[in-house]
Design a binder for this molecule. Structure first.
Ligand SMILES: Cc1cc2nc3c(=O)[nH]c(=O)nc-3n(C[C@H](O)[C@H](O)[C@H](O)COP(=O)(O)OP(=O)(O)OC[C@H]3O[C@@H](n4cnc5c(N)ncnc54)[C@H](O)[C@@H]3O)c2cc1C
Ligand code: FES
Ligand code: FES
Length: 1526
């Protein structure tokens, strides 16, 4: 008999555990708090971070150690503290980041290495990263395994970093493996010591429980919060509790990771039955024939038990590999098998475990009134009546062990390799293959096939419910059949018939089918191939089979390898030390040890906590707000609405609290204050808001355009809803251009900030009516003015302080003002310190990111690919008011040309007003869109003109004026890759050899600059040579020829960015002891600003010393918090201006001090204490202060005039990216990226390389994984969590990432000759999209060659309109953007003679008619032949043509010879340009796995195989097709 709610039996009534060696007794009412919240608010260990709160990012990782009294062994692992309830911790020992090392105890080697390797930028993810690496080291130590970089990186699979781009963190792993004292690493933490070191107090407690002197069952109940946590000691006890009629609201809890996915934390009214307390449920049994896991065995333990089955690697290996892709390491350490099965059955979890177990034939033990074993298949049936969770629980899962000869194959396709749920998964168990008695071929053995996918389900909210199901018809089609093409294609056909997929998460039903087909094909192909090899051995003459084998030749599924790369930095050590030196980021070690304080730290423990109530409508009147239920929650303190605002209802231009009307989903309506953050959030969810109709919201750009709903743009003409930049005569240019693409449409994606530190502020009323505010904001000014206006206070009564931000990326320019307003209002009204931190999900709902845009363009160009006219209309997405999203417009306008010569150009911008949250600038706002848009246009021109995209860019690059070189020179340079030096002119790129230093250049919009500033060609050609572009391009083509199912692409892109300076102030104070305090208006958010100012100050004040040789030691300098009292009116830290502007302000202040100190230093002469003596001399001289204020000037005079204009300089760079795409699944692999960036004389190359990599990878995110959609009906953000919004993880970065800075390129306009770096490299990620473009084109051509019914249902880009009179009659016209393109290739008789013949003797060009009746362009033809040959010959048996080689030669010739200038005639190689061209892939970012798959068009592997084997069957073919046998 177990009392449902009884007081805990023990004398103490506490939950006892140890943190970092210190005994901690948590009060019973804290049992359901997350460990994370408990640590931060109730202990002194505040270094652990909270970011997502849903297990998705790893920032909260801690180590947990448990002791088993029976075996006397300790088990240790890392977990997510945000998902671990305190109630589950009794008897556990924890280690937090502080327990590993600190400035006091000495840093742990991993903490040191991550700082040395510059793996910490904002530092918010860093403690989690350190814990993850350390956990892997301990796992290795436990397994007696030597750690290597691969193992250590695999431990990062549950951790995210938004700043670094991961290369430096992976290098940290490398460096750690090289640590000489590896064995000592673990011993630094108390809990890593052997079992003997497990805290005695806990052992005693556990033993008491074991021997009965302490009850095994314990419950902790909170009267205050009505919370309860019960630890039953047996299954019977647990069932009794669950089955009691009065126990509504009772829930079994195991690992409690479920709430990370389904967001139902065992809340305030739920009583938790902790199944993990039942020893029986955590046992693992292995007999001769089966392996059994108790329901509470974790997935990590499952993996370990499978790894222990060393005898059959072909069976267990694939299983383990798949299981290791579940979530991340920390989740797998907590998630249990029982929980996984229940969530799959009841909630439609996209489970990998269940798919694998279904294929293996697992059974589940269910215990209700009786215990029985049921097959997992039965448990997962849609109509299963098993009632698990209330009247019964799962007690175990068992699987049969492998029989001799059995193999297993298992695959998952997901948005990211790690920590992403499956889109489709597939597992196959294969018995031992028998040989066919007659032919020697194998027979498909006993097969069990399981698939997981979103199943159509009309009763599910979105019409889809994930199911793991057996593919019985498919199994039947295979079992006992000869393992050949016929059975395989029949099985694939059966598979697509028996699956009932639904469209889900952006993947169509058809897409799910295709991926499933691809996975099964992958699983079976090797067996079929092996079988065919055997049959070939019997009959050597079957050459066809050999060719068919190629179709089955599937390389293993891509497994990420740790990113590596080199950083090439010019030697600048002598220029101005310690400036330009790669110095470790100041306080990086404190970030790594958790000692560095973030804004949230000021609010933990002692504060009240505010939390906003958010709108659930996009447009509605607010009829009533009822907070009575919310205020009944224990701990809820107060509730505020717009009526309580003492001042203005505006936070920096955005509405503070909705008043009577809401205009977007997620708009704050009110806020609650409570004693703990989780209570405030919970209470806020209970506020009842009633809405009324307010009309139809505008939710799409199309709707905004139709309704003419636009925002007014800043700047002239500011009364119009748009703005335009133009040059030349666009209409005439388009009219006259030989080739025109008209009205092409393209969409540019949005991107959410996903900084690791969510918006947070803490406020407190101080004496004298002074309001103290700590805010994680990128503009102290904005926060001060917003809070002042909300509170109706003068600015001088609001003091805002910021030490550092856990990432900003533009998202904290203004929006945090609103959060600061909540805290300030409550602090003033309640007279207490109040903190407000918004959760990950609500932050994403409240704040929108980068302005997505619809772009329409017409471009005219010559046959040589030279653009003569460009007309672009841009419709940008924005919210209800213009917040910092206006920068998207300004910056795009400023660098729309991207360094290309555009003689006739027009960009017409409009900003749509939509019922969405106001958009915020995201890293590289506008400039990123400008780059991606121009690179896309270049790719389009290249595709249509049939030229190499690299060449098209080269032909369009900006030229000095008057042009000192011909395009021929440029092309010659391109082909030989050589550069001639002309340091006088500042340009060493080819073509500039004779450019005088004072030559001017003018960009497309008339901005004039010195030719020596133009380093674009140096970057381009330097990179082209250093990354061996031309050679690799050829290798890619070779690869594509010999691989059917995998295609590669390689592309180069460039960028131009407008560098500028913003006004910043600095106060440099020297103290009597010679130490120096630097206060400045810049905000440190990971970009290394504080480190650079130290370097600059040490350099400039070092000039005080007579010999000028040595800088002052950095240890003399300290940076101060940024605060509104000392550094007012500093604007924003954004736009890549912060570091340089702040350094300039510091420099100016130091110059003054230098001049004041110098006479005293000279008087003293060169001695050890000259500095101190000079300081002392000045102090007592009475001639000048030991403090000075500096100011960075953001303006400069126009040449020859006194008119002051904003100072701007050009930043250039180039990148090359090579990618590989799996045609079966749409998965992409970034093989290599090379970047050559002009950083001027980088102030700190180590920091700046980190900026380049971080920005580049953030760009890969927006182009590759980060999808942003708003629900068309409700306006709700769909991707509002880490579960759905996927920023790049460590496995998403290029396998090789090389970064180099341009040598000898001082910036005449930059501080100490530097250039900005925070944002421009983001633009270079466009190289990835361009490479994907080529890859998809190659893939489409391949698939079109293989499948006669291949079609592309995605939009294709318009083709060129050729105005050449000779061809007017046959141009294909414009394909509408919506028009699907169907390519049908006609198979030919095997015996037919080649139909392709040279056009004329000696001409290498050949054309084959397509189904459309037109000839293909050289590029199309080349692609067709490249990809269909030799694979097309599988079907056609015709000799390979040489058109591809011809096209290649032509391309080479075009590089080598002086290219023809527009209008100078048509080269022979271009004469077929008017002919129908292949669908330019026109990929729209983000090219997620699902979208990539869709962009590859519709094909059927079953059909392809059937056709290839000559065994076509009617169901696979349409009626018209006359399918011919081989
Ligand atoms: C960030 C993240 C990523 C993830 N990625 C993946 C992935 O890629 N692939 C994948 O397969 N899964 C994934 N998961 C899901 C994860 O595997 C499950 O959350 C986990 O297995 C659930 O186990 P648990 O012990 O934490 O269950 P809990 O959260 O404790 O419980 C979940 C539910 O099951 C019930 N329950 C638990 N145990 C029993 C039992 N023995 N009998 C009856 N009812 C029980 C509980 O009452 C509750 O309703 C992910 C989860 C997270 C948080
Ligand atoms: S905060 Fe716990 S995983 Fe993100
Ligand atoms: S350093 Fe990793 S999130 Fe900022």
């Amino acid at each position: 008999m177990v009392a449902l709610r009884r007081e805990r039996s023990g004398p103490d009534g506490k939950i006892v555990f140890v943190v970092n060696g210190c005994e901690t007794c948590a009060d019973k009412e804290h049992s359901k708090l997350s460990l994370n919240e408990y640590l931060l608010n109730h202990t002194r260990w505040k270094g652990t971070k909270l970011s997502c709160g849903e297990g998705g990012c790893g920032a909260c990782a801690v180590h947990i150690t448990r002791w088993d009294p029976v075996t006397e062994r300790v088990s240790e692992t890392s977990i997510n503290s945000c998902l671990c309830p305190v109630g589950s911790l009794d008897g556990a020992a924890l280690t937090t980041i502080e327990g590993l090392g600190s400035s006091q105890q000495g840093f742990h080697p991993v903490q040191e290495q991550i700082a040395i390797n510059n793996g910490s930028q904002c530092g918010f993810c860093t403690p989690g990263m350190v814990m993850a690496i350390d956990a892997q080291l301990k796992r290795c130590a436990h397994a007696g395994q030597a750690p290597d970089v691969k193992i250590l990186q695999s431990g990062l699979d549950g951790n995210l970093c938004r700043c670094t781009g991961y290369r430096s963190i992976i290098d940290t792993c490398r460096a750690v493996t090289r640590c000489s004292d590896l064995e000592d690493l673990g011993s630094k933490a108390a809990c890593t010591k052997p079992a003997a070191a497990f805290p005695t107090v806990l052992k005693k407690r556990i033993q008491e429980r074991q021997n009965g002197s302490r009850p095994a069952s314990a419950s902790y109940r909170s009267k205050e919060h009505n919370q309860d946590w019960i630890c039953p000691h047996s299954v019977e006890d647990a069932l009794e509790l669950l089955q009691k009629p009065e126990t509504a609201g009772v829930r079994a809890v195991a690992g409690n990771t479920g709430p990370g996915v389904f967001k139902d934390w065992p809340g305030q009214d739920v009583t938790c039955i902790d199944l993990k307390a039942i020893p029986q449920l955590s046992t693992i049994r292995c007999s001769q024939s089966e392996l059994e896991w108790g329901a509470c065995v974790t997935l990590e333990e499952v993996i370990n038990s499978l790894k222990a089955q060393t005898d059959m690697p072909k069976f267990y290996g694939p299983m383990v590999a798949h299981l290791q892709r579940i979530a991340g390491t920390h989740i797998r350490a907590a998630a249990t098998v029982g929980g996984n099965v229940v969530l799959t059955q009841q909630r439609g979890l996209q489970s990998d475990f269940c798919t694998i177990m279904l294929a293996v034939g697992a059974e589940v033990s269910i215990q209700g009134k009786q215990q029985r074993w049921v097959s997992l298949e039965e448990v997962l049936l849609p109509d299963s009546t098993l009632d698990i969770g209330s009247s019964a629980i799962i007690t175990a899962v068992r699987m049969p062990l492998a029989k001799p000869g059995e193999t297993f194959a298992s695959f998952k396709v997901a948005a990211r390799y790690t920590n992403a749920h499956a889109i489709v998964n597939c597992s196959v168990r294969m018995g031992s293959a028998d040989q066919h008695p007659l032919q020697g071929v194998c027979l498909f053995p006993d097969m069990r096939i399981a698939l997981g996918y979103p199943h159509e389900d009309a009763s599910a909210p979105e019409g889809a419910f994930w199911r793991a199901q057996r593919a019985v018809a498919t199994e039947n089609a295979l079992n006992g059949m000869p393992a050949g093409m016929r059975a395989l294609s029949q099985a694939l056909s059966a598979l697509t018939s028996e699956m009932k997929p639904a469209a889900c998460d952006g993947t169509s039903a058809e897409g799910h089918l295709q991926v499933a087909e691809g996975l099964l094909f992958r699983a079976l192909s090797s067996l079929v191939q092996a079988s065919m090899m055997k049959s070939m051995a019997l009959d050597e003459g079957q050459a066809d089979l050999k060719r068919l084998q190629q179709l089955l030749d599937l390389p293993a599924q891509h497994v990420p390898i740790p990113c590596s790369g080199h950083q090439s930095i010019p030697d600048m050590s002598r220029l101005a030390p310690p400036v330009h030196l790669p110095i470790e980021k100041e306080r990086a070690r404190l970030q790594a040890s958790g000692e560095a304080k973030y804004t949230g730290n000021y609010g933990y423990g002692t504060s009240l906590h505010a939390y906003p109530v958010l709108s659930k409508r996009a447009l509605a009147t607010v009829e009533s707000i009822n907070a009575s239920a919310a205020l009944k929650v224990e701990g809820a303190v107060a509730f505020f609405t717009a009526k309580d605002i003492p001042g203005a209802n505006s936070a920096g231009g955005i509405p503070f609290l909705a008043d009577g009307k809401v205009e977007h989903y997620g708009q704050p309506i009110a806020f609650i204050v409570a004693t703990l953050p989780s209570i405030a959030e919970y209470a806020a969810s209970l506020v009842d808001v009633r809405y009324g109709d307010a009309g139809q919201p505008v939710l799409t750009i199309a709707q905004a355009r139709a309704a003419s709903s636009f925002l007014t743009l800043p700047g002239p003409p500011n009364d119009s809803p748009g703005a335009m930049v133009s040059n030349g005569n666009v209409e005439a240019a388009l009219e006259e251009a030989p080739l025109v693409i008209r009205n092409a449409k393209w969409h540019l994606p949005s991107q959410l900030h996903m900084y690791m530190e969510t918006p947070v502020a803490v406020a407190e009323m101080d004496e004298g009516g002074m309001l103290q505010v700590h805010a994680a904001i990128q503009s102290i000014d904005r926060c001060q003015s917003a809070v002042s206006r909300i509170m109706g206070l003068p600015y001088n009564r609001v003091h805002v302080v910021t030490r550092r931000l856990g990432g900003g990326f533009g998202g904290k320019l203004n929006s945090v003002s609103r959060v600061a307003g909540f805290a300030a209002m409550a602090a003033v009204r309640l007279g207490e310190r109040v903190s407000c931190a918004v959760s990950r999900d609500d932050d994403l709902r409240m704040h929108a990111g980068r302005c997505a845009a619809d772009m329409e363009y017409s471009v005219g160009f010559t046959r040589d690919g030279v653009i003569t006219g460009l007309d672009v209309a841009v419709y940008m997405e924005n919210g209800i008011v213009m917040d910092s999203g206006f920068v998207d417009f300004i910056a795009w306008q400023g660098c729309a040309d991207q360094g290309f010569h555009l003689p006739n150009v027009r960009f017409d911008f409009k900003m749509c007003r939509m019922n969405l949250p106001p958009h915020q600038a995201v890293r590289g706002p506008g400039s990123f869109q400008a780059a991606v848009a121009m690179q896309h246009i270049m790719d389009h021109v290249a595709a249509v003109s049939g030229l190499d995209p690299c060449l098209v860019r080269e032909r369009n690059f900006l030229r000095p004026s008057p042009p000192p070189f011909s395009l021929g020179l440029l092309a010659a340079a391109a082909s030989n890759g050589q550069s001639q030096s002309n340091s006088h002119a500042g340009n060493t790129e080819p073509g500039f050899a004779t450019t005088p230093a004072d030559w001017k250049m003018t960009n497309a919009f008339g901005r004039c600059f010195l030719a020596k500033e133009y380093t674009q060609l140096r970057c381009w050609h330097g990179l082209k040579k250093s990354c061996s572009f031309v050679e690799r391009q050829n290798k890619v083509k070779e690869f594509n020829k010999s691989n059917i199912w995998q295609k590669r692409g390689i592309a180069m892109t460039n960028c131009r960015f407008d560098g500028s300076v913003m006004p910043k102030t600095a106060l440099v104070t020297i103290y009597e002891d010679g130490s120096v305090l630097l206060s400045h208006g810049g905000l440190e958010m990971g970009q290394g600003l504080s480190t650079k100012v130290l370097q600059v100050a040490a350099y400039e004040l070092g000039k005080v010393l007579p010999d000028h040789q040595k800088p002052l030691p950095l240890s003399l300098f300290q940076t101060n918090d940024t605060a509104s009292d000392s550094q007012a009116n500093n604007g924003v830290t954004a736009g890549s201006t912060g570091s340089e502007s702040t350094c300039e302000a510091i420099l100016r202040a130091c110059e003054q001090l230098r001049d004041r100190l110098k006479p005293y230093a000279e008087e003293r002469g060169s001695t050890e204490d000259t500095w101190r003596a000079a300081v002392s001399g000045l102090k007592f001289s009475g001639t000048g202060a030991l403090a000075a204020i500096g100011f960075s000037d953001s303006k400069t005079c126009e040449e020859g005039s006194s008119k002051r204009v904003p100072m701007k300089y050009n930043v250039f760079g180039a990148a090359c990216t090579e990618v590989e795409v799996d045609l079966l699944t749409g998965e992409k692999t970034l093989l290599r990226s090379d970047i050559l960036y002009d950083c001027g004389n980088s102030l700190n190359p180590a920091v700046d390389v980190g900026q380049v990599e971080g920005a580049f990878v953030m760009g890969l995110g927006v182009l590759g994984t980060e999808q942003v959609d708003y629900d068309n009906k409700t306006g709700k953000l769909i991707q509002d969590s880490t579960w759905t919004y996927k920023i790049p993880s460590a496995t998403c970065v290029p396998q090789q990432l090389n970064v180099a800075f341009l040598e000898d390129s001082p910036n005449p306009l930059g501080v100490l000759s530097s250039k900005c770096v925070g944002e421009p490299p983001l633009m270079l990620s466009a190289s990835c999209l361009s490479a994907l473009e080529l890859t998809v084109e190659a893939g489409r051509q391949q698939l079109a060659a293989l499948d006669p019914q291949y079609s592309i249902s995605r939009p294709v880009a318009p083709q060129a309109l050729d105005k050449s009179p000779a061809h007017e009659h046959c141009h294909p016209g414009l394909l509408s953007a919506e028009q699907p393109l169907t390519i049908r290739t006609k198979p030919r008789r095997a015996t037919s003679s080649p139909t392709r013949s040279p056009k004329k003797a000696g001409s290498p060009r050949r054309h084959s008619p397509s189904k459309l009746g037109k000839e293909n362009s050289p590029r199309t033809q080349a692609l067709l032949e490249m990809d269909s040959s030799p694979h097309a010959s599988l079907f056609h048996r015709e000799p390979r043509t040489t058109a591809y080689e011809a096209a290649l030669q032509e391309s080479r010739a075009a590089h080598a010879e002086s290219p023809k200038i527009a209008g100078q005639g048509t080269s022979e190689g271009l004469e077929t340009l008017h002919k129908p061209l292949p669908a330019f892939a026109s990929l729209e970012a983000p090219m997620t796995t699902a979208r990539l798959k869709a962009s590859l068009g519709n094909f059927s592997i079953a059909r392809i195989l059937a056709r290839a084997s000559g065994l076509g069957y009617a169901s696979a073919l349409d009626n018209e097709s006359s399918f011919e046998l081989l």
